[in-house]
Write a protein that binds this ligand. Sequence first.
Ligand code: PAF
Length: 280
Amino acid sequence: MLVVKEITELQAIIDQEKKEGKTIGFVPTMGALHNGHISLVETATQQSNYVIVSIFVNPTQFNDKKDLINYPRTLERDLKLLDKTSCNLVFSPDTDTMYPEEDKRQFNFGQLEKVMEGQFRPGHFNGVAQVVSKFFEIVKPDKAFFGFKDFQQLVIIKALVKQLNLPIEIVPCPIVRENDGLAMSSRNQRLTEEQRHNASHIYKTLCEARNKAHTMSVKELKQWVAETINQNEFLETEYFEISDDEQLNPIKDWNSPLNKVGCIAVQCGEVRLIDNIVFE
Ligand code: PAF
Protein backbone atom coordinates (compact mmCIF):
# COMPACT_ATOMS: atom_id res chain seq x y z
CA MET A 1 0.00 0.00 0.00
CA LEU A 2 1.43 3.35 -1.05
CA VAL A 3 1.15 6.45 1.12
CA VAL A 4 1.33 9.71 -0.82
CA LYS A 5 1.16 13.31 0.36
CA GLU A 6 1.77 15.27 -2.84
CA ILE A 7 -0.71 15.82 -5.67
CA THR A 8 1.81 15.51 -8.51
CA GLU A 9 3.07 12.16 -7.24
CA LEU A 10 -0.50 10.93 -6.77
CA GLN A 11 -1.52 11.95 -10.27
CA ALA A 12 1.53 10.29 -11.88
CA ILE A 13 0.55 7.01 -10.19
CA ILE A 14 -3.12 7.33 -11.18
CA ASP A 15 -2.18 8.13 -14.82
CA GLN A 16 -0.07 4.97 -14.93
CA GLU A 17 -2.86 2.80 -13.43
CA LYS A 18 -5.39 4.25 -15.88
CA LYS A 19 -3.03 3.56 -18.81
CA GLU A 20 -3.04 -0.08 -17.68
CA GLY A 21 -6.83 0.00 -18.00
CA LYS A 22 -7.65 0.05 -14.30
CA THR A 23 -10.76 1.70 -12.89
CA ILE A 24 -10.27 3.93 -9.86
CA GLY A 25 -12.43 3.60 -6.74
CA PHE A 26 -12.18 6.47 -4.26
CA VAL A 27 -13.07 6.51 -0.55
CA PRO A 28 -12.73 9.98 1.01
CA THR A 29 -12.33 9.97 4.82
CA MET A 30 -11.23 12.21 7.64
CA GLY A 31 -9.35 9.34 9.28
CA ALA A 32 -9.99 7.89 12.76
CA LEU A 33 -11.09 4.87 10.78
CA HIS A 34 -13.55 2.24 11.97
CA ASN A 35 -15.29 -0.75 10.42
CA GLY A 36 -17.73 1.54 8.62
CA HIS A 37 -14.80 2.94 6.60
CA ILE A 38 -13.36 -0.54 6.11
CA SER A 39 -16.66 -1.69 4.61
CA LEU A 40 -16.48 1.25 2.16
CA VAL A 41 -13.00 0.08 1.15
CA GLU A 42 -14.29 -3.49 0.72
CA THR A 43 -17.15 -2.33 -1.52
CA ALA A 44 -14.70 -0.15 -3.48
CA THR A 45 -12.46 -3.20 -3.94
CA GLN A 46 -15.35 -5.25 -5.31
CA GLN A 47 -16.31 -2.52 -7.77
CA SER A 48 -12.98 -1.12 -8.96
CA ASN A 49 -9.44 -2.25 -9.82
CA TYR A 50 -7.46 0.35 -7.90
CA VAL A 51 -8.64 1.73 -4.56
CA ILE A 52 -7.56 5.11 -3.20
CA VAL A 53 -8.47 6.26 0.32
CA SER A 54 -7.92 9.88 1.31
CA ILE A 55 -7.30 10.86 4.93
CA PHE A 56 -7.73 14.57 5.48
CA VAL A 57 -9.43 16.44 8.30
CA ASN A 58 -10.99 19.22 6.24
CA PRO A 59 -11.03 22.49 8.21
CA THR A 60 -13.56 24.23 5.96
CA GLN A 61 -16.41 21.90 6.89
CA PHE A 62 -16.18 22.52 10.65
CA ASN A 63 -18.48 25.32 11.73
CA ASP A 64 -17.38 24.69 15.32
CA LYS A 65 -13.65 25.37 15.99
CA LYS A 66 -13.71 23.17 19.11
CA ASP A 67 -15.02 20.24 17.07
CA LEU A 68 -12.15 20.68 14.58
CA ILE A 69 -9.56 20.75 17.37
CA ASN A 70 -11.08 17.71 19.13
CA TYR A 71 -11.58 15.65 15.98
CA PRO A 72 -9.58 12.42 16.51
CA ARG A 73 -6.38 12.17 14.44
CA THR A 74 -4.89 8.67 14.39
CA LEU A 75 -2.91 8.44 11.14
CA GLU A 76 -0.47 5.69 12.20
CA ARG A 77 -3.29 3.46 13.41
CA ASP A 78 -5.37 4.24 10.30
CA LEU A 79 -2.51 3.23 7.99
CA LYS A 80 -2.06 -0.06 9.86
CA LEU A 81 -5.79 -0.80 9.50
CA LEU A 82 -5.81 0.03 5.80
CA ASP A 83 -2.71 -2.05 5.20
CA LYS A 84 -4.78 -5.11 6.12
CA THR A 85 -7.38 -4.28 3.42
CA SER A 86 -7.05 -4.22 -0.38
CA CYS A 87 -6.55 -0.45 -0.38
CA ASN A 88 -3.83 0.34 -2.93
CA LEU A 89 -3.01 3.91 -2.02
CA VAL A 90 -3.60 6.36 0.81
CA PHE A 91 -3.57 10.05 -0.02
CA SER A 92 -2.97 12.09 3.13
CA PRO A 93 -2.25 15.68 2.07
CA ASP A 94 -1.46 18.61 4.35
CA THR A 95 -3.88 21.52 4.63
CA ASP A 96 -1.56 23.74 2.52
CA THR A 97 -1.59 21.15 -0.25
CA MET A 98 -5.39 21.03 -0.38
CA TYR A 99 -5.82 24.77 0.18
CA PRO A 100 -2.82 26.61 -1.32
CA GLU A 101 -5.11 29.64 -1.12
CA GLU A 102 -8.42 30.37 0.58
CA ASP A 103 -11.28 28.57 -1.13
CA LYS A 104 -13.92 31.26 -1.67
CA ARG A 105 -16.28 29.12 -3.74
CA GLN A 106 -19.92 29.21 -2.65
CA PHE A 107 -21.99 26.24 -3.74
CA ASN A 108 -25.75 26.40 -3.86
CA PHE A 109 -27.69 23.24 -3.08
CA GLY A 110 -30.98 25.02 -2.36
CA GLN A 111 -33.33 23.12 -0.06
CA LEU A 112 -30.80 20.27 0.34
CA GLU A 113 -28.45 22.42 2.40
CA LYS A 114 -31.08 24.42 4.27
CA VAL A 115 -32.60 21.64 6.36
CA MET A 116 -31.38 19.38 9.20
CA GLU A 117 -27.55 19.45 9.30
CA GLY A 118 -27.59 22.56 7.13
CA GLN A 119 -29.73 24.37 9.67
CA PHE A 120 -27.65 23.37 12.68
CA ARG A 121 -24.20 23.46 11.04
CA PRO A 122 -24.19 26.55 8.78
CA GLY A 123 -21.47 26.38 6.12
CA HIS A 124 -20.78 22.70 6.77
CA PHE A 125 -21.95 21.41 3.39
CA ASN A 126 -20.20 24.21 1.53
CA GLY A 127 -16.96 23.03 3.14
CA VAL A 128 -17.74 19.40 2.26
CA ALA A 129 -18.46 20.40 -1.36
CA GLN A 130 -15.21 22.41 -1.51
CA VAL A 131 -13.02 19.54 -0.39
CA VAL A 132 -14.85 16.74 -2.21
CA SER A 133 -14.87 18.69 -5.50
CA LYS A 134 -11.10 19.25 -5.07
CA PHE A 135 -10.57 15.54 -4.42
CA PHE A 136 -12.69 14.60 -7.44
CA GLU A 137 -10.70 17.02 -9.61
CA ILE A 138 -7.37 15.61 -8.35
CA VAL A 139 -8.21 11.86 -8.29
CA LYS A 140 -10.76 11.71 -11.15
CA PRO A 141 -12.18 8.44 -9.84
CA ASP A 142 -14.63 6.28 -11.79
CA LYS A 143 -16.61 5.62 -8.61
CA ALA A 144 -16.68 7.22 -5.16
CA PHE A 145 -18.06 5.51 -2.06
CA PHE A 146 -20.05 7.27 0.67
CA GLY A 147 -21.75 5.92 3.77
CA PHE A 148 -25.52 6.13 4.22
CA LYS A 149 -25.00 7.30 7.81
CA ASP A 150 -24.26 10.79 6.50
CA PHE A 151 -27.44 10.63 4.46
CA GLN A 152 -27.77 14.36 3.76
CA GLN A 153 -24.10 14.52 2.72
CA LEU A 154 -24.72 11.66 0.29
CA VAL A 155 -27.66 13.51 -1.32
CA ILE A 156 -25.55 16.68 -1.58
CA ILE A 157 -22.58 14.86 -3.12
CA LYS A 158 -24.92 13.42 -5.77
CA ALA A 159 -26.15 16.97 -6.46
CA LEU A 160 -22.53 18.22 -6.60
CA VAL A 161 -21.55 15.65 -9.23
CA LYS A 162 -24.62 16.62 -11.28
CA GLN A 163 -23.94 20.38 -10.98
CA LEU A 164 -20.31 19.95 -12.06
CA ASN A 165 -21.12 17.37 -14.80
CA LEU A 166 -18.55 14.98 -13.34
CA PRO A 167 -18.43 11.48 -14.83
CA ILE A 168 -18.23 9.88 -11.38
CA GLU A 169 -20.64 7.28 -10.03
CA ILE A 170 -21.57 7.89 -6.39
CA VAL A 171 -22.06 4.57 -4.62
CA PRO A 172 -24.07 4.67 -1.36
CA CYS A 173 -22.96 2.09 1.21
CA PRO A 174 -25.04 0.78 4.14
CA ILE A 175 -24.57 1.98 7.73
CA VAL A 176 -22.32 -0.29 9.80
CA ARG A 177 -23.43 -0.62 13.42
CA GLU A 178 -21.91 -1.74 16.71
CA ASN A 179 -23.47 -4.85 18.32
CA ASP A 180 -25.89 -2.70 20.31
CA GLY A 181 -26.99 -0.78 17.20
CA LEU A 182 -25.02 2.46 17.57
CA ALA A 183 -23.98 3.66 14.11
CA MET A 184 -20.20 3.53 13.76
CA SER A 185 -18.63 6.98 13.73
CA SER A 186 -15.19 8.41 14.38
CA ARG A 187 -16.84 10.62 16.99
CA ASN A 188 -17.86 7.56 19.09
CA GLN A 189 -14.23 7.41 20.27
CA ARG A 190 -14.86 10.59 22.25
CA LEU A 191 -17.74 9.17 24.28
CA THR A 192 -17.17 8.15 27.90
CA GLU A 193 -18.08 4.56 28.78
CA GLU A 194 -21.38 5.69 30.26
CA GLN A 195 -22.24 7.91 27.30
CA ARG A 196 -21.26 5.17 24.87
CA HIS A 197 -23.62 2.75 26.65
CA ASN A 198 -26.53 5.21 26.58
CA ALA A 199 -25.90 6.25 22.97
CA SER A 200 -27.35 2.90 21.81
CA HIS A 201 -30.73 4.28 22.88
CA ILE A 202 -30.75 6.38 19.68
CA TYR A 203 -30.96 3.47 17.24
CA LYS A 204 -33.29 1.49 19.53
CA THR A 205 -35.69 4.46 19.47
CA LEU A 206 -35.43 4.77 15.68
CA CYS A 207 -36.31 1.07 15.30
CA GLU A 208 -39.30 1.46 17.63
CA ALA A 209 -40.36 4.52 15.65
CA ARG A 210 -40.29 2.50 12.44
CA ASN A 211 -42.60 -0.05 14.09
CA LYS A 212 -44.93 2.68 15.32
CA ALA A 213 -45.17 4.48 11.95
CA HIS A 214 -48.75 4.48 10.61
CA THR A 215 -50.14 4.01 14.16
CA MET A 216 -49.88 7.78 14.68
CA SER A 217 -49.42 10.86 12.50
CA VAL A 218 -45.96 11.83 11.21
CA LYS A 219 -46.05 14.89 13.49
CA GLU A 220 -46.87 12.78 16.55
CA LEU A 221 -44.18 10.26 15.75
CA LYS A 222 -41.54 12.99 15.39
CA GLN A 223 -42.52 14.33 18.78
CA TRP A 224 -42.51 10.83 20.30
CA VAL A 225 -38.96 10.20 19.05
CA ALA A 226 -37.59 13.47 20.44
CA GLU A 227 -39.32 12.95 23.80
CA THR A 228 -38.24 9.31 24.10
CA ILE A 229 -34.60 10.17 23.35
CA ASN A 230 -34.66 13.12 25.75
CA GLN A 231 -35.92 10.90 28.58
CA ASN A 232 -32.39 9.50 28.64
CA GLU A 233 -30.35 11.88 30.79
CA PHE A 234 -27.27 11.53 28.55
CA LEU A 235 -29.05 12.48 25.32
CA GLU A 236 -30.57 15.66 23.92
CA THR A 237 -32.28 15.59 20.52
CA GLU A 238 -31.23 18.42 18.22
CA TYR A 239 -33.65 17.44 15.44
CA PHE A 240 -35.56 14.47 14.16
CA GLU A 241 -37.01 14.94 10.70
CA ILE A 242 -38.74 12.57 8.30
CA SER A 243 -37.99 13.65 4.73
CA ASP A 244 -38.20 12.34 1.21
CA ASP A 245 -34.90 10.87 0.06
CA GLU A 246 -34.32 13.14 -2.96
CA GLN A 247 -35.37 16.74 -2.28
CA LEU A 248 -35.27 16.38 1.54
CA ASN A 249 -38.71 17.96 1.89
CA PRO A 250 -40.43 17.12 5.18
CA ILE A 251 -42.98 14.32 4.86
CA LYS A 252 -46.35 15.34 6.27
CA ASP A 253 -48.38 12.22 5.65
CA TRP A 254 -47.55 8.49 5.64
CA ASN A 255 -49.59 8.17 2.43
CA SER A 256 -47.00 10.19 0.50
CA PRO A 257 -45.63 7.98 -2.33
CA LEU A 258 -42.08 9.30 -1.76
CA ASN A 259 -39.34 7.26 -0.06
CA LYS A 260 -39.07 8.36 3.55
CA VAL A 261 -35.93 8.67 5.67
CA GLY A 262 -35.97 9.66 9.35
CA CYS A 263 -32.80 11.61 10.19
CA ILE A 264 -31.70 12.45 13.70
CA ALA A 265 -28.97 14.46 15.42
CA VAL A 266 -28.43 13.98 19.13
CA GLN A 267 -26.05 15.68 21.53
CA CYS A 268 -24.42 13.18 23.89
CA GLY A 269 -22.25 15.19 26.28
CA GLU A 270 -19.80 17.10 24.07
CA VAL A 271 -20.30 14.72 21.16
CA ARG A 272 -22.83 15.20 18.40
CA LEU A 273 -24.15 11.96 16.91
CA ILE A 274 -26.23 11.49 13.76
CA ASP A 275 -28.15 8.48 12.49
CA ASN A 276 -31.08 7.66 10.25
CA ILE A 277 -33.64 5.01 9.41
CA VAL A 278 -35.61 4.25 6.27
CA PHE A 279 -39.41 4.07 6.71
CA GLU A 280 -41.50 1.67 4.65
O1 PAF B 1 -17.79 12.07 5.55
C1 PAF B 1 -16.65 12.53 5.80
O2 PAF B 1 -15.82 11.92 6.46
C2 PAF B 1 -16.26 13.89 5.21
O3 PAF B 1 -17.33 14.76 5.22
C3 PAF B 1 -15.62 13.79 3.81
C4 PAF B 1 -16.61 13.27 2.79
C5 PAF B 1 -14.40 12.89 3.85
C6 PAF B 1 -15.17 15.18 3.35
O4 PAF B 1 -14.22 15.73 4.21
